[in-house]
Design a protein around this ligand. Structure first.
Ligand code: PDD
Length: 293
């Protein structure tokens, strides 16, 4: 497998990181996950904007050569070189604050080069789970106060996802102060009284690209939307619940903590939004705007 690593394209086995890397020592970095369909990156501009914002908040200066265009070109080359231009693929990008020993919490000396890694893998969307609907479990949201940053520090998400796996569930959803924030790796929506509800894009959730696109699509489809969090009790009474992400797309939820929701079947709003999302993804890119490096 060919990966992009600190400016070069090399075999994955050759891409090794220093034990002094601040990603390894401190979780000091950010990441992105892009979807590619038939070799085309979906919503790359939105992912790059979120990445730039995360880097800015963390005061992590990217190398001058690492422009958005360079990242897109790298992603495309990795997709091409690994023959991932048919079907679906996920592109993973991670940038850490680089390596500088000895270990010290504060930022390393100015000019320490960040570590940049980009890889792609073939991916099969979970359409089988989608057809019957997914189970989720609720779990306390023990994360930090800047969940809006796509930081590589994911320990609470890891523990939550493992709890879901142990319960034979697709996802764990976080509860903070009596409200659902989001899933371990997805945003959450519920339909209540015909209105689509989801947690506002504040510091307690990751502003999902899928979430953002679906809010626009819902408006187009004439579905009423409010960015207000739901409670665990709301979930029990909701007509529909679903979670959304780059990999899960729109995933209907039919069980919460073992109890059926939404009649125990995937619902029509989730179905319509999933169809709309898939249509956007397979539509030819406008004016090849993001194709040329
Ligand atoms: N996860 N919330 C969290 C905590 C996430 O980790 C993700 C994505 C989302 C959905 O964001 P988006 O629609 O931009 O994928 C929401 C990625 C896919 C991951 O960690 O693998």
């Amino acid at each position: 497998m060919i990966v992009f690593f600190n400016g070069t394209f090399i075999d994955k086995a050759q891409a090794t990181v220093s034990v002094d890397d601040r990603g390894f020592l401190f979780g000091d970095g950010v990441y992105e996950v892009f979807r590619a369909t038939e070799g085309e990156l979906f919503a790359a501009d939105r992912h790059l904007r979120r990445l730039a914002r995360g880097l800015a908040v963390l005061e992590l200066a990217r190398p001058a050569a690492l422009t958005d265009a360079a990242l897109l070109a790298a992603a495309r080359r990795v997709l091409d070189d690994n023959a991932l231009t048919r079907g679906d693929a996920l592109v993973y990008l991670q940038i850490t604050r680089g390596a500088a020993g000895p270990r010290a919490h504060q930022f390393p000396p100015a000019g320490t080069p960040p570590t940049v890694y980009l890889a792609a893998n073939a991916f099969t969307p979970p359409d089988d789970v989608r057809a019957r609907g997914a189970s989720v479990v609720t779990t306390p949201d023990e994360r930090w106060g800047r969940c809006d940053i796509k930081s590589i520090q994911l320990l609470p998400n890891v523990l939550a996802k493992q709890r879901a796996v142990r319960a034979d569930a697709f996802e764990a959803v976080f509860v903070r102060d009596g409200r659902i924030t989001e899933g371990a790796s997805a945003n959450l929506f519920a339909v209540l009284g015909g209105t689509l509800r989801t947690h506002p894009a504040d510091h307690h959730i990751l502003p999902g690209i899928t979430r953002e696109i679906l809010l626009e699509e819902a408006e187009q489809l004439g579905v009423a939307v409010v960015e207000t969090a739901v409670t665990p009790k709301d979930l029990a009474n909701a007509e529909e619940v679903f979670v959304t992400s780059t990999s899960a797309d729109v995933m209907p939820v039919v069980r919460v903590d073992g109890r059926p929701v939404g009649g125990g079947q995937p619902g029509p709003v989730a179905q319509r939004l999933h169809t709309a999302l898939r249509a956007l993804r397979t539509r030819p890119a406008p004016a090849a705007a993001l194709r040329s490096p």
